[in-house]
Design a protein around this ligand. Structure first.
Ligand code: PEP
Ligand code: MG
Length: 526
């Protein structure tokens, strides 16, 4: 009988297939015993790794580009290789010197109290293994279609290099649900389970249930039949939903609802048919800003934003200005050592404090606006002055662009409603062009329970009557004042909350792309 292992679901879905274990690259190389040769070998391996990543960089865009760009920047930084080179000078072979220098760097990231930094350790492991592979002459990895990738943690580049066309899944002994790779898996619909702890060494087949966060190692015939039955009923349910994908989102009564999508990276667009949604309701622009990487300049941001509006071909695209801080720190921008980052310098509080960064983004957005139907929204607004100041800065950026003869347009400016102060008195914010309710943060602030702490997960419930009362309040005010209201928090992606949200008076939801068909199907039943 196969053994069942419980972890945490990071991306929904079922998959069974052969295991492909990704260990640390085998540096089955003998040292030459000569410091000069070892030095040169390490420097060559780093150069080859940079060359390989640069080739890959040319094939990807948006967030993937940033992830790879970050790795290239790390590899090009002499500070990363300095400890390894000095160990080589003391007689250590290149592969041992590199592995131990990187391991101590990784240990620093892993020891962080912050989930975000722990998640970044995956990038460093990827860099370590990539160079080790070049040192041992095994070159870069290539992905395998139709397998379950098993590892301690996997790097975003491994995900991006893997051919998922024949399906697949990811089972990680450690890992985190907020890592970049988890986000990529969700957007692509690849089942993923993290935090599984040790898995048996010699597993040939793994059945992965991303929804329940469980994996079954080498299932026996009865278990296999049970999993196959679950797969069949899941496939049947998905098949039934599929016919709704390209249909307008409509209640049984015929009432039309707008279903838009939440996206983070440009490469996600490749897997989504624009005809399946009513536009982009939330583009989380902070994912263009990789921690540790140089800040993207105006041109880079402009090209990314333009891709979104062109993809949508006239449908609305709402790009949110930077929401860094909280659980999304970016070194050099967010303050260190905040006692309570979710209540600290986050979102618009930070961008107003860093006008240089805000201006660059607003200029890029104003330039992208001429290519389609762009709207811009500001996160974490608490007082009307934050909206007024953002709007004034936006106007100034557009005026400056015009003076420079650069094509631009001032898009409508709306706000996220995610701070209780706004949800309680939305009438103070009637200068906003639209409201988008951020139920993730609204729930954590109303219920005083952190959105990233599993121990208080039962309190962090968006269907708490206090939260839904505020959602109704904002929807009602929007109707009275003629201000469009949408909701883009995760609760909109859950069919179980659909009736509550529509009863609250909402007619526009922004959801995870992988949930479009399921939600439209659920809607037709209401
Ligand atoms: C929210 O708070 O609901 C939201 C959509 O924003 P984020 O999850 O990016 O904080
Ligand atoms: Mg939020």
């Amino acid at each position: 009988m196969g053994t069942s292992h419980l972890g945490t679901g990071a991306s929904d879905g079922l998959f069974i297939g052969p295991v492909r274990r990704l260990g640390q690259a085998a540096a089955d190389r003998q040292g030459t015993g000569h410091a000069d040769t070892e030095r040169a070998a390490l420097q060559d391996a780093i150069a080859s790794a940079i060359a390989g990543l640069t080739t890959l960089l040319a094939r990807v865009e948006g967030e993937a580009q940033d992830i790879l760009g970050f790795q290239v920047a790390m590899l090009e930084d002499d500070a990363l290789s300095a400890p390894a080179l000095s160990a080589i000078d003391s007689g250590t072979p290149a592969h041992d010197a590199w592995a131990s220098a990187l391991d101590s760097e990784i240990a620093g990231y892993e020891a962080s109290d912050d989930e975000y930094f722990r998640a970044r350790a995956a990038d460093l492991r990827d860099i370590r293994d990539r160079v080790l592979r070049h040192l041992s002459g095994s070159g870069a990895t290539s992905g395998t279609s139709g397998a379950v990738l098993v590892s301690e943690d996997i790097a975003p580049t491994t995900f991006l290099e893997t051919d998922w066309s024949g399906g697949g899944a990811i089972a990680l002994m450690r890992g985190s649900t907020t890592s970049h790779v988890a986000m990529l898996a969700r957007a692509r619909g690849i089942p993923m389970v993290v935090s599984l702890g040790e898995l048996p060494q010699h597993v040939a087949t793994l059945a992965v249930n991303g929804g329940s966060g469980t994996v079954l190692a080498d299932p026996d015939d009865a278990q296999r039949a049970g999993f196959d039955a679950a797969l069949a009923s899941d496939a049947q349910a998905r098949g039934l939903e599929e016919k709704f994908r390209l249909a307008p989102a409509m209640r049984r009564s015929g009432a039309r609802i707008d279903i838009l999508i939440n996206v983070a990276g440009v490469e996600e667009l490749d897997h989504i048919d624009p005809a399946s949604c009513d536009g982009i309701g939330l583009m989380r622009s902070e994912f263009l800003f990789r921690d540790g990487a140089p800040l993207p300049d105006e041109e880079t941001q402009y090209r990314a934003y333009r891709r979104f509006v062109e993809w949508a071909a006239g449908k609305p695209v709402t790009i949110r200005t930077l929401d860094i801080g909280g659980d999304k720190p970016v070194r050099g921008l967010t303050p260190d050592g905040e006692a309570n980052p979710f209540l600290g310098l986050r979102g618009v509080r930070l961008t107003l404090a860093r006008e240089d960064v805000f201006r660059t983004q607003l200029r890029a957005l104003a330039r992208a606006a001429v290519h389609g139907n762009l709207k811009v929204m500001v996160p974490m607004v608490t007082v009307p002055l934050e909206l007024t100041r953002s709007a004034a800065l936006f106007d100034a950026c557009v005026a400056e662009l015009r003076q420079q003869g650069i094509a631009s347009q001032r898009p409508p400016l709306g706000i996220m409603v995610e701070v209780p102060a706004v949800a309680v008195l939305p009438e103070l914010f009637d200068a906003a062009a639209f409201f988008s309710i951020g139920s993730n943060d609204l729930t954590q602030y109303v219920t005083a329970s952190s959105r990233d702490d599993v121990r208080v997960a039962s309190l962090n419930d968006p269907s708490h009557p206090a939260v839904t009362a505020l959602i109704s309040r904002v929807a009602r005010f929007g109707q009275e004042a003629g201000i469009p209201v949408s909701l883009c928090g995760d609760m909109a992606s859950e069919p179980k909350h659909l009736a509550t949200l529509l009863d609250a008076g909402l007619t526009s939801l922004s959801v995870a792309p992988a949930r479009i068909a399921r939600l439209k199907a659920a809607l037709a039943e209401l």
